[in-house]
Design a protein around this ligand. Structure first.
Ligand code: IDP
Length: 142
C-alpha cells in the first residue's frame, strides 16, 4: 500500500442531478482527501483529447457528446491505494454490473452516463491530473 493520487470526474448527469455533495461524501468517508477541484464545461476538443484512447470505438461520439453536455467537477483525490479504492467505490463501468452501494449503482443513468470517472493506473492518473490541474495540486498540510 502507498499513498497515491487519482483523478475523479463527477460527470454531467450527476452534476445535473445535484449529487456532487453525496458523491464527495462517499470519497471522504472512504478516507480519500480532495486535494484539487475544478468545475469546467469541457469543449469537444478537450473531451476528445481526454478520451483519445477510445477514439474510433462505437460509443466514442456519444461519450464526447455526453461529456460536453454540461459542467463536470474534476478532482484530484489522495489516499492509501487511492486509484483502486476510488474504482471500488465507483463500481463497474457498466452500471448494470455495478455492485449495490457503489456510486455508479446509485447515480448512473446508462452505460455512457455512468456518473463518475476514475483513473485506472498510476501513469494515467498522473496524465489525467495534469490535464485538469496543470498548475499542480495543493501540497499536503498534515
Ligand atoms: P471507465 O470509465 O470505467 O474507466 P472506460 O472503459 O475507460 O471505463 O470507458 C470510458 C467511458 O466511456 C465509460 O466510463 C463510459 O462512460 C463510456 N463507455 C465505455 N464503454 C462503453 C460502452 O460499451 N457503451 C457505452 N459507453 C461506454
Amino acid at each position: 500500500m502507498s499513498v497515491q493520487q487519482t483523478l475523479s470526474i463527477i460527470k454531467p448527469n450527476a452534476v445535473a442531478k445535484n449529487a456532487i455533495g453525496a458523491i464527495c461524501e462517499r470519497f471522504e468517508k472512504a478516507g480519500l482527501r480532495i486535494v484539487a477541484a475544478r468545475m469546467s464545461h469541457l469543449t469537444r476538443e478537450q473531451a476528445t483529447a481526454f478520451y483519445a484512447v477510445h477514439q474510433g470505438k462505437p460509443f466514442f461520439d456519444e461519450l464526447v457528446g455526453f461529456m460536453t453536455s454540461g459542467p463536470v467537477l474534476a478532482m484530484a483525490l489522495e489516499g492509501e491505494d487511492a486509484i483502486a479504492l476510488n474504482r471500488e467505490i465507483m463500481g463497474a463501468t457498466n452500471p448494470a454490473q455495478a455492485a449495490p452501494g457503489t456510486i455508479r449503482a446509485d447515480f448512473a443513468d446508462s452505460f455512457t452516463e455512468n456518473a463518475v470517472h476514475g483513473s485506472d493506473a498510476p501513469d494515467t492518473a498522473a496524465t489525467e491530473i495534469a490535464f485538469f490541474f496543470p498548475e499542480g495540486v495543493c501540497p499536503r498540510t498534515r
